[in-house]
Design a protein around this ligand. Structure first.
Ligand code: AMP
Length: 219
């Protein structure tokens, strides 16, 4: 399946994408994780992206679209992919459509994770990521690791993202409303969107997501 995951910061996109991608045996492609990997390796792309990310702003489209397309051309995407955090505005959504059309493929669905804004703030404040693999995501209260500060999956050190500050989160929420929400309407016009509640335990949300994707696959 070829799926796009959308939802505000803190909706649990990364957490759900990680589990869903494993369940569906397709790669989890997160542009945020790709940027963070570039930052930790101090690549020119990472250095360019960091300033925007720390402020909660979008990294410019010319950089982001090129990086996403390169990733989508990797052979592991042949059976499908789960996009997390891309596209994030209409220009990116249109660029993705053009890229897929050129490859002769289409999206199967867009999963929209819905969560109230006060919940988003709580989730982001307690979020911790693994240094080895940004897809290993925890929350100090809602989804704690067995040993504080240590990743259950790989033993990596957990850390707090530098853009999970109050100011950056406020900007990210604004950017979500103005830039990203319009893509939900864009995909709704193509009958691709299923909205699910992202409230509740991680595995409850995963079950809702799996049910929604199965319903879509069954047509
Ligand atoms: P995320 O990990 O998805 O929350 O993304 C973290 C940050 O990376 C965002 O706040 C942006 O600064 C940047 N970023 C990730 N994906 C994109 C994208 N598709 N377009 C522009 N910036 C992005």
């Amino acid at each position: 399946m070829r799926i796009v995951l959308v939802g505000p910061p803190g909706a649990g996109k990364g957490t759900q994408a990680h589990v869903l991608a494993k369940t569906l045996s397709i790669p989890h492609i997160s542009t945020g994780d790709l940027f963070r990997a570039n930052i930790s390796q101090s690549t020119p792309l990472g250095l360019e992206a960091k300033g925007y990310m720390d402020k909660g702003q979008l990294v410019p489209d010319e950089v982001t679209i090129g990086m996403a397309k390169d990733r989508l051309l990797q052979p592991d995407t042949a059976q499908g992919f789960l996009l997390d955090g891309f596209p994030r505005n209409l220009a990116q959504a249109k660029a993705l459509d053009e890229h897929l059309a050129a490859e002769g493929i289409t999206l199967d669905g867009v999963l929209d994770l819905e969560v109230p804004e006060d919940e988003v703030v709580k989730r982001i404040a307690g979020r911790r990521l693994c240094r080895n693999n940004g897809a290993h995501v925890y929350h100090v209260d809602y989804n704690p690791p067995a040993v504080a500060g240590v990743c259950d999956e790989c033993g990596g050190e957990l850390y707090q993202r530098s853009d999970d500050t109050e100011d950056a989160v406020r900007t990210r929420l604004e950017v979500y409303h103005t830039e990203t929400e319009p893509i939900i309407e864009y995909y709704a016009q193509q009958n691709l969107v299923t909205t699910i509640s992202a409230l509740g335990k991680v595995d409850e949300v995963t079950q809702r997501a799996v049910d929604a994707l199965q319903a879509r696959a069954a047509g």
